[in-house]
Design a protein around this ligand. Sequence first.
Ligand SMILES: Cc1ncc(COP(=O)(O)O)c(C=O)c1O
Length: 380
Amino acid sequence: MAEQDLTRELKMVTDSAQPVCQRGGKSFLNLSSNNYLGLAGHPQLADAMGQAMSRGAGSPSSRLIVGHEEETDQLESELANWQSSEAALVFGNGYMANVGVLSALLRREDAVFSDRLNHASIVDGIRLSGATHFRYRHRDLDHLEICLKKADEKGTRRKLIVTDAVFSMDGDVAPLQDMVYLKERYGAALFVDEAHSVGVIGVQGKGLAHELGIADQVDLHMGTFSKAFGVYGAYVTGKREWIRYLIHTARSFIYTTALPPVVISAIRRSLQLVQQRSVLRQSLSGKCHYFREGLSQAGFRLTDSTTPIIPIMLGDSSRTLEFSQRLAERGILAVAIRPPTVPNGEARIRFSLMANHREEDLREAIRTIVQIGYECKVIG
Ligand SMILES: Cc1ncc(COP(=O)(O)O)c(C=O)c1O
């Protein structure tokens, strides 16, 4: 790995969720966090956690052993209401939700259709399930349709299409409306991972499927509380009987300790903020537009991103590492994303923005990134 510039280091940082963080006694503009709405440091979340502390710092067991507190029930009904779904189930985190749902729903006789750039937790859930895995080309629905036809010819028992709503390393969005058409045409189910879209996209931050008006046709929705919500944990929503089935079969739900009361309380408070604070979404969207335009006009190769995840494509891993090191030397924290997180030859610097970034800091950051772009001969 070292020979290929693929080793990684764990680094210590202070104020990791803030727009400006500290590392090794130096301040950095944080362009790497998923704390999109800036809620991770919100005093109301700290207040909610403080109030719940009297109920203990941890949970006693899996929910199926001792049971759960009233607040968990309240949270799950609030989530179901917010998503206009029949029911919701809270998981330990997004990774566990994806692994649990996919390994519970799919068997060897089934087929699963997954975008080539879906998150690693989706890939792992599929591997665990043993179902036939069709990886279709990124956002390529002609290819998806060919795969659906192939599965029918093989006499597959059941079919499930799974996709990220916003792709975590590219920042572009899935063509969900056309996917709904295909799922209906081929009698498949659809599972959408809204990890990077809830809180950020749509009225009350309900996510991409709601924004496109097709939420009802998605069989299962998943979202995480670790990004725009600024807390930790995840949820799945859908029909009551699907959720009941998951309670009985999702091993990453059954065989693990429930989230602690302090975390459940913070998530509930964050859910209120996410629904109310459309002003944060507007501010974030304006900043993303400005940042994307600045980099694109300077000549960087961007993806089709329309979200706060804004990568510049550099291709080669060592060049990308050098770019990231130069950024760090000039006070900007933006990590080099290299294989295996992205395909070979597609290394990149992935910037992500927050609603509470200061406009003058972003303006200065663009200037620095462009300068380094010239120095590294990425732009001409
Ligand atoms: C698309 C996607 N799904 C799932 C996850 C996992 O969520 P969590 O961090 O809550 O485990 C992530 C990121 O971490 C993600 O980007």
